[in-house]
Write a protein that binds this ligand. Structure first.
Ligand code: TMP
Length: 212
C-alpha cells in the first residue's frame, strides 16, 4: 500500500503558565523532528501576524482596552482563522508543534471570572490536539525566572488563578511534565512523547474536534 504518502501529521500542543519554558521547548522539538526527517512546523497562539492577532497584541501590551468577553472571542477567532491551514498541513503530512491553544484561551479568561462553559463554546469544532503536554511549574517559580516581561497577564496572583483553571481543564490524556527539572530533562521527556504521538498519527489515528 501507499501508507507513507497518506500518513498525516500530528497536532502537538504545549501548554503551561507564562515562563514555564514552552517556547524554548517548541524550538527544541522542532529541530528534533526535523532532524529525524519529519515534515514539521512550529506555530504559536496568539498568532500576532494576522489583523486579529495585532488587536490581541495591542491588548496584551496595554495599548488598548477591551471587554473580557471581547478579547476572549478575538483569541478564539485567531485560532479559527488558522483552522483550515492547520487541517491542510496535518492532512499533507506536516506535524505542528503549537505553543498554546484553546486551553490557554479558556484558562486565562476563566481566571478573570468568565463562565468556563461560555469560554469553551467558541472553541467547539477546532481541531483537537493529538497530544497536550503541560509544563507544570509552581506560579512562584515561574515568576522567579528572569521576571515577567510586563505584558498584561504576567502577574503572580493572576497566574495562580490560571494554574487553578488549567488543572480543572486537564484530563487523563494530558501529559504532565515537571517544568522545574533541568531543561534537558524536560526536553528528553517531551521528545519521547512527541515521537510516540507522531508515530501513532502516521499509523492512521484520525483527526478529531474539540470539545470532548
Ligand atoms: P504568549 O506569551 O505565549 O505569546 O501569550 C500571550 C498571553 O496571552 C499569555 O499571557 C497567555 C494569553 N492567552 C490568552 O489569554 N488566551 C489565549 O487564547 C491564548 C492563546 C493566550
Amino acid at each position: 500500500s501507499n501508507r507513507h504518502n497518506e500518513a498525516r501529521g500530528a497536532l502537538i500542543v504545549l501548554e503551561g503558565l507564562d515562563r514555564s519554558g514552552k517556547t524554548s521547548q517548541s524550538g527544541r522539538l522542532l529541530s528534533y523532528l526535523a532532524g529525524l526527517g519529519y515534515p514539521v512546523e512550529s506555530w504559536r497562539f496568539p498568532d500576532r501576524d494576522t489583523s486579529v492577532g495585532q488587536m490581541i497584541s495591542s491588548y496584551l501590551s496595554n495599548q488598548s482596552q477591551l471587554d473580557d468577553h471581547t478579547i476572549h472571542l478575538l483569541f478564539s477567532a485567531n485560532r479559527w482563522e488558522k483552522r483550515s491551514l492547520m487541517e491542510a498541513k496535518l492532512k499533507s503530512g506536516t506535524s505542528l508543534i503549537v505553543d498554546r491553544y484553546s486551553y490557554s484561551g479558556v484558562a486565562f479568561s476563566a481566571a478573570k471570572g468568565l463562565d468556563i462553559e461560555w469560554c469553551k463554546a467558541p472553541e467547539v469544532g477546532l481541531l483537537a490536539p493529538d497530544l497536550v503536554a503541560y509544563l507544570d511549574i509552581p506560579p512562584e517559580k515561574a515568576a522567579e525566572r528572569g521576571g515577567y516581561g510586563g505584558e498584561r497577564y504576567e502577574q503572580l496572583e493572576f497566574q495562580k488563578n490560571v494554574a487553578h483553571h488549567y488543572k480543572m481543564l486537564s484530563d487523563a490524556s494530558w501529559k504532565m511534565i515537571d517544568a522545574c527539572l533541568p531543561m534537558e530533562d524536560v526536553e528528553k521527556q517531551l521528545k519521547e512523547m512527541v515521537l510516540d504521538c507522531v508515530t501513532s498519527c502516521q499509523k492512521g489515528k484520525s483527526i478529531s474536534q474539540l470539545w470532548l
